[in-house]
Design a protein around this ligand. Structure first.
Ligand SMILES: [Zn+2]
Length: 384
């Protein structure tokens, strides 16, 4: 991990680099910041920089023997500790070493790793992930070995919040008086949840949130977003890349729903039965899935509601996207007092049946045919 690949935090990087070049490496440090801020890649980049044999004043070289191993997260003097649980493959006394392959894969795939993504990567179901007493024993063992290739042996502990007291206490002494040339980096999100005795023995490196404009530029670069969309997501995601990724995924889904909904309404309005049959087959595909069908119906309800607001309410349609506003300018007049209650009921009922495993093809075709009738109900006088 190179410093240049971490989003923002230029001051933190400069401070870390300076401390290395001045030979002031504190042996236990806490890299603190919310999930998705980049404190984990920052810790790795820092360890890589310390170990790099050809570092510049701003970054590791990325090419020396040490960097090549760091690039794969497989340097013999780089150790990781992270929360784990039992799984189908690891049936008892789980420790980080059992999951090191998945750990490397997950981090190389996305260095801004979240605990939830980690949990799904190691397939531990919804068991709580912990750093256990067994782990402390294995940490002590690793640290008793001499370094292989580097001057420093680095141990990065991700989520020290997940130490239980017994395992934390076991480590205290070694954090307080570590073997020489040993560096502990604790990567944490919430200092209040860390055992206070550990906390008091570490030097704080505050990483914090990613600045809004920095995140915005990153989103444009990474996901090719339009500037306005990137701005909106950067603002909503609270300086957290993982939140931003979730929001982007969500908006992609909404776009898919929007296209589907448009085609559906057009066919229903025209009473195009062959079109509606094809459409129902499309949404009934296994790849679409029941959960997504339910979300889609919810999306439809959202557009019906916005239609009514447009017809009867004010113009404050802040909550809808540009493509929806465009669609509603034509569609909204067809949703009104004489049909809205029945349409909303139709969708709520459909959602109920999806949940109870109704045949989706029959169900959506049935809803389509009923919609064809309902959309042709005339609006009461007074609504255009
Ligand atoms: Zn290097």
């Amino acid at each position: 991990m190179l410093f240049k690949d971490i989003i923002g935090h230029e001051k933190v990087k400069a401070r870390l680099i300076k401390s290395v070049n001045e030979g002031r490496i504190s042996h236990a440090q806490l890299f603190l910041g919310p999930e998705g801020c980049g404190n984990l890649p920052m810790a790795i980049a820092y360890a890589q920089y310390i170990s790099c044999q050809n570092k510049s004043e701003t970054d590791s070289c990325g090419e020396c023997a040490s960097c090549v191993k760091f690039n794969k997260l497989a340097h013999p003097d780089l150790h990781f500790v992270f929360p784990v649980a039992t799984s189908a493959d690891v049936k008892e006394k789980p420790v980080s070493a059992n999951y090191i392959t998945q750990w490397r894969e997950a981090n190389l795939d996305e260095p801004y790793l979240s605990l939830a993504n980690w949990q799904s990567k190691i397939e531990t179901g919804n068991k709580q992930l912990l750093i256990s007493k067994n782990e402390s024993e294995s940490i002590l063992k690793i640290l008793s070995l001499k370094t292989y290739e580097s001057e420093y042996k680095t141990m990065i502990i991700w989520y020290p919040e997940r130490f239980n007291i017994a395992s934390g206490n076991k480590l205290l002494k070694i954090i307080e008086e570590p073997p020489s040339k040993t560096l502990f980096i604790l990567v944490a999100q919430d200092s209040e949840q860390i055992i206070s005795t550990i906390l008091s023995r570490t030097q704080l490196v505050k990483v914090g949130r990613i600045k809004e404009e920095v995140l915005q530029n990153e989103l444009i670069k990474r996901y090719r977003l339009e500037s306005s969309a990137a701005h909106k997501i950067a603002h909503q995601s609270d300086g957290n890349l993982i939140n931003a990724q979730k929001l982007i995924e969500h908006s992609e889904l909404e776009e898919e729903f929007h296209e589907l909904f448009k085609v559906w309404m057009r066919s229903a309005f025209k009473g195009n039965v062959p079109g509606l049959i094809t459409w129902s087959e499309e949404i009934a595909k296994i790849s679409f899935g029941r959960e997504k069908q339910k979300q889609f119906l919810k999306y439809g309800l959202h557009l019906f509601r916005e239609s009514l607001i447009k017809n009867y309410g004010d113009n404050g349609m802040e909550r809808i996207a540009d493509n929806e506003a465009k669609f509603l300018s034509n569609f909204a007049p067809y949703i009104h007092g004489a049909n809205c209650i029945e349409i909303i009921e139709l969708f709520n009922e459909a959602s109920y049946h999806v949940e109870r495993n109704a045949n989706p093809k029959i169900l959506f075709l049935d809803v389509s045919l009923k919609l064809t009738k309902l959309l042709r109900v005339e609006a009461p006088i007074g609504v255009e």
